[in-house]
Design a protein. Structure first.
Length: 451
């Protein structure tokens, strides 16, 4: 349950959103600006306002807008009740007990199974996580141990399990913490600021325990011994344990063999680095959730980022953040092509060589320059003689140099039918046999296209 300070913070953030969303600033200033959080009962937020009229206006005309703003802040649907502050002035504000342990261990409510992009690299881990979130405590999957290199989605899955379990089984208590949080709580107990027995009782009182990056406890003998005690007690009581690490249990260093065997005693699943298709899907999902329009991106740009930043998802995030900044603050543009992407991402990797790599777009650009045309005119619908000639030459060069299927070439040229592309290629091939001008043009273009 959220604490008083967290709920106050939620309402303050909601007010900041509403200040921009309410059409009439006078409404906000008169009825909302002085409102305060009072209590939370049965998923209903009670908000104190300055008059009965304010309570009536906000409960009728603006209720939907306010509920949406609260959801934007929390990710949850709360019912909202407005009351006159004067009517409750003598009533005590509901006290929500501050957690004594792990008070800074929080879960991002936006990390769910729905927005976890699945590929062959991670589908097994997602399926197991989803299964356990619906049926925690099954001995066949206890513990669930997910391991992978950094930045491949382990924390996302832990958060998704927590959020899903909270929704599907609200009576079950779940505790999420990082390994460093776990270590910190143990050290506070070791220094006498908290009691071991009470800390242990607090942890095992939960039905689900999720520990992120457990490898960070390696070499902490007393802390891992305490973890072993917690593990044994929870496991024997049918409670679910989910752990993530950067390596398989058998490869963990600084852990007692008995604890490593417990980690490996349930279901251990690895997450591999995503392939390019999965990276592109992840990238598209992140773009759609952000400020940029997915239609503003050339497909070549998405594939380039997916290919170059496929080591982990954090690399994709970094590249996208850089591109968003560059195209909104530094060099605003409504269309993001390869030239813009290469400029924006230059600080992240050496992309100069990428400019020299042969691609459909590069061939079109070089041919357009050769015939003093624009690339858009070549891929457009004009049938003017010089443009049509340049278009056929582009199709021919793309076909022989990149060995790309006619259908895909047709898509590049405005969705033309594959038979149209075949006809264009055949025209150039026929002209090359007897037309010296065509021979010279193709030779010159091939030279220009060399790295």
């Amino acid at each position: 349950m959220e604490t008083i300070s967290e709920l106050n913070n939620i309402w303050n953030q909601t007010l900041q959103l509403l200040e921009d969303k309410v059409d009439d600033k006078r409404i906000f200033d008169v009825f909302l600006s002085g409102s305060t959080f009072r209590s939370l009962n049965d998923n209903k937020l009670t908000i104190a306002v300055n008059s009965n009229l304010a309570a009536t206006i906000l409960s009728t005309k603006y209720l939907s807008l306010i509920q949406d703003a609260v959801k934007d802040v929390t990710g949850q649907n709360y019912k909202i009740n407005f009351v006159n502050a004067q009517d409750i002035v003598d009533e005590p504000v509901q006290e929500v007990e501050e957690p004594k342990y792990f008070k800074y261990s929080t879960v991002n409510p936006t990390l769910t199974f729905d927005n976890f992009i699945t590929g062959t690299c991670n589908i097994e881990a997602k399926q197991a996580s989803l299964l356990i979130s619906k049926n925690p405590g099954n001995r066949d999957y206890n513990p669930l141990f997910i391991y992978s290199d950094s930045g491949l989605g382990k924390t996302h899955l832990l958060s998704a399990i927590f959020n899903s379990a909270k929704e599907s089984a609200p009576k079950k208590k779940a505790l999420y913490c990082s390994a460093t949080d776990f270590l910190e709580e143990y050290l506070l107990a070791a220094n006498g600021e908290k009691e071991f027995a009470k800390l242990k009782d607090f942890v095992i009182s939960h039905d689900i325990l999720l520990i992120d990056d457990v490898q960070m406890l390696g070499g902490k003998e007393k802390t891992t011994d305490f973890l072993f005690q917690v593990f044994q007690k929870m496991y024997n009581n049918g409670k679910q344990i989910i752990i993530t690490s950067d390596k398989h249990p058998s490869e963990l260093k600084g852990f007692d063999e008995r604890l490593k065997s417990r980690f490996a005693g349930g279901l251990s699943i690895s997450i591999a680095a995503p392939d390019v298709d999965t990276c592109v899907s992840i990238l598209k999902s992140k773009i759609e959730a952000g400020p940029l329009d997915i239609n503003a991106f050339d497909e070549d740009v998405l594939n380039f980022i997916g290919r170059k930043f496929s080591k982990n998802i954090r690399n994709i995030d970094e590249a996208l953040h850089k591109l968003v900044y560059y195209t909104t603050a530094f060099k605003p543009t409504k269309h993001i092509d390869m030239d813009i992407a290469l400029e924006a991402l230059q600080p992240l990797l050496d992309v100069r060589a990428e400019k020299q790599k042969l691609s459909e777009q590069r061939i079109i650009n070089v041919v357009a320059d050769y015939y003093h045309l624009t690339p858009n005119s070549i891929t457009g619908s004009s049938r003017q003689g010089q443009i049509a000639l340049a278009r056929h030459i582009c199709m021919y060069l793309i076909r022989i140099l990149l060995d790309i299927p006619f259908t895909k070439i047709g898509i590049t040229f405005g969705g033309r039918d594959h038979s149209t592309v075949m006809n264009g290629v055949e025209k150039v091939d026929k002209e090359l046999k007897n037309n010296q001008t065509m021979q010279e043009a193709i030779n010159d273009l091939k030279k220009r296209l060399k790295p």
